[in-house]
Design a protein around this ligand. Structure first.
Ligand code: ZN
Length: 569
């Protein structure tokens, strides 16, 4: 046995080990919530209306602002232009800029300008923005073709069946996209495309395993609203599916969710300008999209337009499937409506200011009527800067790059990178290693409590799990998400997790409770989660009349006193 001194030394040692393990865990793993440092703002952003009426007061300040370029002959010098507010035309600021190698924006381009406010004594004197950088700001339309398999798309492109997508590609390019971390289905696919996060940051692994709504502020339209300012940009979320794309809790497939009834897009309705969701085909969605463009062509905008037709045709077991005419015609219908959108941009004279990206959430099983393992998709665009293939997690960063938002500090940091730039060193190799891992993670071990025991009050649930590419371990009680950490992570040949969770049962009704531990590796598209469960009984202490309870406590206290006294003698 330990003497008191030895025991306290042992306690100090244990505390030291735990501290060291925690420090190791925090520097090597951030499995769920990565933090990014806020940027150091060199320029302070002001609305152009404010700048126009406060130029004198801002003299000497480093500022950034945004507006339309107006090259009116020569105002003062060759490179000068007026920056004019998009809506309030009387708000104008003269800008002097040396384009030294930078591309010159066209007249009426929406640009973001950074520079220093200065005074010129020319022509009676005026304040102006002496610009050091001018960046064009584009509208973006993200068009979703739900469930379009990469190979089938190329077949149709090659035989000339998709003239509109082809013309978009002729203006830009088409890239191969692969799904890696989550299942190949609607819920997880669009969630990743619209956030730029791996599934363990959004909580959406597939159509069955999703644990809550996408956290507030994580989606592209929400970030666009925040970055450009609610009144300075129009955002739209127009979809052709309700199931697996719910915007309201408890509706559609969320009504029968095994783990939650929260809609994945439940935060969106209050955050975007136009949220229009429903089960309908491309004809209905396309018409709404054209209407949107007609109404908002004068504004800076981001729109997500989602066509569900190929997925529905692919799932049709009677006359559909991946190799059916029904599936092909559904893809052709998407092409047709994409063409109408492109034509409308032309007619509204905004195609120069608008980037269009067309992608799918997942492919389809070859010759099948499902998409159990269908990670191969594409991204077609008129954005000439797209220069590489990528992971589905790269789509949102690509959109942010297109919108001119890539310099923004994303909180938490995005998991992908724009297709317009090369991957950082080592990322491509790491991704290939993950895709090569097609081994399911082993079942986790729940070490305590053991099956069938009675549990009173606070209980500690302990477990461990391991896998070569283990990424996230979730604890559920009665299918309700309880925690995804912090656990203790160790990395050698394999990644190992030891978890402890303090489960408060004191207020729970008595009965059977199922504790579940789910372990996921990084290649979730191929490898499902490994699951272990333990069923225990939560028992309550029988109630006693107050007098009897007081008597029992008195007896117990006396007993304790006697025991303690005897030990010290
Ligand atoms: Zn589907």
């Amino acid at each position: 046995m330990f003497s008191f001194g030895e025991r306290s030394n042992a306690l100090v040692l244990v505390a030291l080990i735990l501290t060291a393990l925690f420090a190791f865990w925090s520097i090597t793993f951030q499995p769920v919530k990565a933090q990014s440092a806020p940027p150091i703002p060199a320029y302070v952003f002001y609305d152009l209306n404010y700048v126009a009426s406060n130029l004198r007061g801002l003299n000497g300040s480093m500022i950034a602002t945004r507006g339309l370029t107006k090259f009116l002959g020569s105002i003062y010098m060759y490179e000068d232009f007026w920056l004019q507010d998009e809506i309030n035309q009387s708000a104008r600021v003269p800008v002097v800029v040396r384009f030294a190698g930078l591309p010159v924006p066209g007249n009426d381009s929406l640009v973001q300008v950074q520079g220093t406010v200065a005074f010129s004594s020319l022509e009676g004197g005026f304040f102006y923005l002496n610009a050091s950088s001018v960046k064009e700001v584009k509208n973006v339309i993200l068009i979703g073709w739900d469930g379009v398999q990469r190979n089938h798309l190329f077949e149709l492109l090659n035989n000339g069946s998709l003239p509109n997508l082809q013309s978009l590609i002729n203006d830009g390019t088409i890239a191969n996209i692969t799904v890696s971390d989550h299942r190949t289905d609607t819920k997880s696919g669009w969630t990743q495309i619209l956030t730029g996060y791996r599934w363990w940051r959004t909580g959406v692994y597939n159509n069955a395993y999703w644990f809550h709504s996408i956290p507030l502020g994580y989606t592209i339209p929400e970030r666009v609203e925040r970055y450009f300012g609610e009144n300075k940009v129009i955002t739209a979320h127009i979809t052709g599916k309700l199931g697996h794309m719910e915007v309201q809790d408890g509706t559609g497939t969320t009504a029968n969710g095994s783990y939650t009834h929260e809609a994945i897009y439940s935060n969106l309705q209050s955050q975007v300008d136009i949220c229009n969701a429903g089960d309908r085909n491309a004809t209905v969605v396309g018409s709404i999209a054209l209407q949107f463009l007609g109404n908002h062509s004068k504004s800076h905008f981001f729109a997500f337009i989602h066509f569900s037709d190929p997925d529905s045709a692919g799932h049709n077991t009677a006359s559909g499937g991946e190799n059916s005419a029904l599936y092909e015609n559904a893809i052709i219908r998407c092409d047709n409506w994409t063409g109408r959108i492109l034509n409308r941009l032309n007619a509204l004279n905004i195609s120069q200011n608008t980037l269009v990206y067309v992608t799918a959430d997942h492919g389809f099983d070859e010759n099948g009527t499902s998409h159990n393992y269908a990670p191969f998709i594409t991204l077609a665009t008129n954005d000439k800067r797209v220069m590489r293939n990528g992971d589905e997690v790269d789509v949102a960063p690509t959109i942010y790059y297109g919108l001119g938002m890539w310099d923004n500090a994303f909180e938490p940091a995005l998991d992908g990178y724009p297709l317009q730039i090369s991957l950082p060193a080592g990322v491509g190799e790491r991704r290939l290693a993950i895709l090569a891992d097609t081994t399911q993670p082993p079942k986790p071990t729940i070490t305590s409590p053991v099956a069938g025991v009675n549990v009173f009050g606070p209980a500690i649930v302990t477990f461990n799990a391991s896998d070569k590419n283990l990424k996230t371990v979730l604890l559920l009680v009665n299918n309700t998400f309880k925690a995804d950490g912090p656990w203790i992570w160790q990395q050698n040949e394999t990644v190992r997790v030891n978890g402890a969770y303090s489960w408060h049962t004191i207020d729970l009704p008595a009965g059977k409770y199922v504790i579940t531990v789910l372990a996921f590796d990084e290649h979730g598209a191929a490898n499902g989660p490994a699951m272990s469960t333990v069923t225990v009984n939560v028992a309550t202490i029988p109630e006693m009349p107050t007098g009897l309870a007081a008597f029992a406590i008195l007896i117990f206290a006396t007993f304790l006193l006697v025991v303690v006294k005897r030990k010290h003698i």
